[in-house]
Design a protein around this ligand. Structure first.
Ligand SMILES: C[S@@+](CC[C@H](N)C(=O)[O-])C[C@H]1O[C@@H](n2cnc3c(N)ncnc32)[C@H](O)[C@@H]1O
Length: 478
């Protein structure tokens, strides 16, 4: 059940030596910081994962203080759907009539009361102080009344009321796991009818993801990462898990020889490199390369095989990030993949990691689920289809295209591939689960094929989708 009860927060021990007092005062810097980030996310579409580290730095919050501020920010953003359902029952005002900043204070308070170990009286006290400084004394009284009601039950007891067992399944799951209904429906469609599995998936979306590193082959080794505290990982031969600490503390990461990269993201790049093809195998391309996760791995694998990668992105600053992730042999260009600057059939292997809703990475982007609605699917569909078509034009007969999304939504995955292939003869679907299993034999649970779908609750990775498509080669032997 969500929100995750994984809070390790202990407000009594979060005082910075010589810093402001932390409890019950407006200068409670930890909660203020969490509030400021939550507000910026809600009011000006800021990204928590970018803004929070900057605010922590500005305010000199480190160690336990930084960990608490991070937990409160992410936990509140993730759990918003559940907390709003509880707050609606505890408030004599409709939530839409509450000032937006005050509502954020209430959500932050509800998170502390229901999903952390912070004693309820301290959670209420600090939230009321925050409400006073944000909205004035009258609103602080209101916040006090609402949050005191929240303290009358624990999370399970509230869930029994706001997400009762006899409610319609999508509604119950949506409230209990704090996901918008349209996302619950889409995930159920993609995952299949198993009720326990959808529960597990939604819970996994609310858990903190582990930090996975990639040792870019030829530039760093997994042993080197392990010597600096990383642990073995399950699937990718280049992956290691970092149980704690800052990845930037590892020399290979600082030097760009290793990086933070989800393991499914590594595996889909390795699957493109491993897909069987006949004939030359020297020219590879990544049409949507920014910020360079998959291109960084592909360029290193290509270098080891005497091949060369061309990495493109339509956005100049993202192409700039790619240039920092790849080796010097790799070409990096600012180019629109739908209006290619390369001749047809120029490449042997092509990656198209299409822009998508990112529904497969909800663990990492706590606010993402509230940011866009189902209309995003329709908006992205034409671009996804055009990019896949361009990739199929860019690969030579006999060459292979990987179509990848960090989303399991059927309308962004198999429906896109099936639509494009329906209008195009001479393209074969390779069995992506088998190709992946050839890279990592213990990898299972990716679906029946020919497409492969990773899942957070099964694989501990993002929900990444992979289709491997090979152009027919009239002269080939396959
Ligand atoms: C899902 S991200 C790619 C992530 C990347 N492959 C990685 O592993 O780090 C999609 C990228 O496609 C780029 N993009 C969007 N439209 C594009 C287009 N028409 N041509 C090329 N790139 C495009 C975006 O700028 C974005 O960087």
């Amino acid at each position: 059940m969500a929100p995750a009860r994984n809070g390790r927060a202990d407000h009594g021990r979060n005082r910075r030596p010589g810093g402001p007092r932390r409890t019950g005062r407006p200068q409670d810097l930890v909660r203020r910081t969490a509030f400021d980030v939550i507000r910026a996310v809600e009011s000006r579409d800021a990204y928590a994962n970018l803004l929070l580290p900057a605010r922590l730095r500005d305010r000199g919050l480190t160690g336990r203080d930084a960990a608490l501020a991070t937990e409160l920010t992410y936990g509140t953003l993730r759990g918003r759907g559940t907390y709003d359902a509880v707050l609606a029952l505890c408030s004599d005002r409709e939530l839409r009539r509450i000032d937006a900043p005050l509502l954020d204070v209430l959500r932050l308070g509800a998170h502390q009361i229901l999903a952390t170990r912070i004693p309820p009286h301290a959670a209420v006290g600090t939230a009321v102080e925050l409400a006073r400084s944000v909205s004035g004394p009258g609103q602080a009284k209101f916040a006090n009344a609402v949050l005191r009601k929240v303290t009358t039950r624990d999370l399970d007891a509230w869930l029994a009321i706001v997400a009762p067992a006899d409610a319609d399944v999508t509604t119950r799951l949506s409230v209990a796991h704090s996901h918008p209904k349209w996302i619950v429906s889409a995930l159920r469609d993609a995952l299949g009818p198993d009720r326990a599995e959808i529960d597990a998936l939604l819970a996994a979306d609310n858990a903190r993801p582990r930090v996975t590193l990639v040792a870019r082959p030829g530039r760093a080794t997994v042993d080197e990462l392990r010597a600096e505290g990383a642990e073995p990982s399950s699937y990718s031969p280049y992956a290691a898990l970092l149980p704690e600490g800052d990845p930037a503390g590892i020399a290979a990461v600082r030097e760009g020889r290793a990086a933070v990269q989800d393991e499914a993201s590594q595996m889909v790049a390795l699957a493109l490199a491993a897909a069987p093809l006949s004939g030359p195998d020297a020219r590879w391309a990544d049409l949507c390369a920014g910020p360079g996760g998959k291109a960084g791995l592909l360029s290193a694998v290509a270098a080891g095989r005497g091949a060369r990668l061309l990495a493109a992105d339509v956005q100049p600053h993202r192409a700039g990030l790619v240039a920092r992730a790849v080796d010097a042999r790799t070409g990096v260009v600012v180019a629109d993949g739908t209006a290619p600057a390369w001749r047809p059939g120029a490449f042997d292997r092509v990656m198209v990691d299409a822009p998508c809703t990112g529904l497969g990475a909800l663990r990492r982007r706590p606010e993402a689920r509230w940011r866009r609605g189902p209309e995003a699917i329709a908006e992205l569909g034409p671009l996804q289809r055009t990019l896949l078509g361009s990739a199929l034009d860019a690969v030579r007969p006999g060459g292979v295209v990987a179509y990848v999304t960090c989303s399991p939504h059927l309308a962004e995955t198999r429906v896109v591939v099936d639509d494009v292939l329906r209008k195009r003869a001479g393209v074969e679907r390779l069995d992506a689960p088998s190709v992946l299993a050839a890279v990592a034999p213990e990898l299972a649970g990716l679906g029946e094929g020919p497409y492969a779908q990773f899942w957070p609750h099964r694989h501990g990775t993002d929900a990444m989708f992979l289709a491997l498509l090979r152009r027919a080669d009239p002269d080939g032997t396959d």
